[in-house]
Design a protein around this ligand. Structure first.
Ligand code: NAD
Length: 199
């Protein structure tokens, strides 16, 4: 099995591109109907998103435990959550539900693994300027018949710091969670969103 170094839980399989493609495909295929107001989604979308986001988190934690145990030490597991794991976002029931699940798994795993010297935390970005987010902004702009910049601006307007997050903003948070300064922290899902959700 691939050996992970302490803190490598964050390096498990990323899945943003696939998420973005799914959102675009889903929005293209379906227009809102009354039943969708409750966030009811296609079973296929639900299973895919939960398999990737929730399953990926669970299997990643298991792989990290095996690796830490084989190496004879504790470690740090860092899960990719989201501000959507703290607050329900309109129209994002499935994605948000999967991120709430990640926050719950983070808390549970933190308590389960503490006696092995393993901490488990998560990071919760807001709106990060990544290919995934650009895809969603382009989709929003296309649907409104507006330029791409307008689409990005729609997501920036509720951020207290007045700008989208850059990947480095999030990397700094992850670096903190991976380093010794966070040794006394476990079970937390840290918001790094420029001021969108206040906990
Ligand atoms: N971008 C945001 O605004 C935002 C906000 C909150 C949470 N998040 C979360 O952050 C995570 C990453 O999102 P992102 O915006 O960076 O996505 P992204 O699609 O922009 O980037 C994902 C990266 O992972 C790589 N990747 C995809 N599948 C892979 C695989 N199977 N193996 C190896 N590499 C693979 C892609 O090549 C890409 O470089 C996701 O869990 C997402 O839900 C993103």
């Amino acid at each position: 099995m691939r050996r992970l170094r302490p803190g490598a839980g964050v390096l498990r399989r990323p899945r943003g591109d696939e998420d973005a493609r799914r959102f675009r495909r889903h929005r293209q295929q379906r227009r809102p109907r009354p039943a969708d107001a409750a966030g009811v989604d296609h079973p296929e979308i639900f299973h895919k998103v939960f398999d990737v986001n929730v399953g990926g988190t669970l299997w990643g934690i298991q792989a990290a435990i095996e690796a830490f145990t084989a190496q004879g030490h504790g470690g740090k597991i860092i899960n990719a959550c989201s501000q959507a794991g703290h607050l329900g976002n309109p129209g994002l029931a499935v994605y948000g539900g999967s991120k709430f699940a990640i926050r719950g798994i983070t808390q549970t795993a933190a308590r389960d693994l503490a006696d092995r010297g393993i901490t488990v935390n998560g990071f919760c970005p807001g709106i990060v300027d990544t290919p995934m987010m650009r895809g969603i902004a382009q989709q929003t702009a296309d649907e409104a018949g507006k330029p791409f910049e307008w689409g990005m601006q729609q997501f920036a307007q509720n951020i207290a710091l007045g700008r989208l997050s850059q990947p480095d903003d999030v990397a700094s948070c992850v670096s903190y969670l991976a380093g010794p300064d966070s040794d006394y922290m476990t079970g937390q899902s840290l918001l790094i969103d420029g001021g969108m959700v206040y906990s």
